[in-house]
Design a protein around this ligand. Sequence first.
Ligand code: GLY
Length: 373
Amino acid sequence: MSPVEKIIVGLEERSYPIFIGPDLLKEADTYLADFISDRQVIIISDTIIGPLYQGSFTKKITPLCTRLGNLFVPAGEASKSLSAYNTLCEEILNIGIDRKTVLIALGGGVIGDLVGFVAASLLRGIDFIQIPTSLLAQVDSSVGGKTGINATAGKNLIGAFHQPKLILADTSLLSTLPKRELLSGYAEIVTYGLLGDAEFFSWLEENWSNVLSLKQDQIVFAVKRSCEMKADIVAKDETETGIRALLNLGHTFAHAFEAVGRYNGDLLHGEAVAAGLGLAFDFSVAKQICKPEDALRVHAHLMEVGLPDDYSALPAGKAAVSTLIKHMKKDKKAIAGNLTFILTHKIGEACVMPNISENELTTFFMAKGVNHV
Ligand code: GLY
């Protein structure tokens, strides 16, 4: 049995632990006791995850709380909307809450982001706990306090920084995930190696099939190393004024691909990220700041595990350069319409590259065969 790993996100009086390991949900009362005892708790899940885990989890923690409510939101990205946010806030207020009420987000990234934002805004901020059930949520979205919903103008444009009180990452829950979703989460794990830990990337090259087949030692290590890296970055730059932007290696490309696909479910976030990672390395090579061998290694790994490594495999492969650039300009890192990319000097050494011109980007995409319309 893998030992339970504990990582602290160090934010002084707002510091919180991340527990990582198999079967943690079965002992949820032990892990959550300090945070929910003698308080009102509302568990929020979605219509797919809820029926799987909410019953047993509720039973486990009921003796600790003064009152307990259960709410469900429809599964899927559409729940990261103003209307779903409004409905959830009204439902919670109808139950009746006070400043000591704790919300528990039991689900993937959509639930974590939505519930986190609801917690950030109800009564101007109440506590919440993340119990991420997808790999992507365990290694990325549940950690670091970015919460929010989508706007018509783009993804995650309405939100707040609001840190959870605790994250419980039970790696046994990953066994019910479809393989494609697991791979999508794996793309974020690869991102950590590429942006700041070459040794971790080499480890992933050796161990990826054990990670993806959920061998407990390897999956726990991969989730732990990812959370450790994110915790370290968040502790240094909570609100992304500096190095937190490095977590977005490949993401400016990825967000444009997702926008072209109109978030219709054909493209998972991690798939877009994987293609974005390949492109970030290619663009870095084109800018002569990275050796071609490193880009080749990244493409080889993404292809070996079965992730897209370039835009051409995606629905966005048919988009015009001008369409891709239009979407990239909506990136939160763009300032006054100037594009900023996270690029790389080598595997394990990402860098912020501001002032990328449209011409430069157009030339890069055209060299890759994207239509220039
Ligand atoms: N997913 C990037 C961040 O949390 O900053």
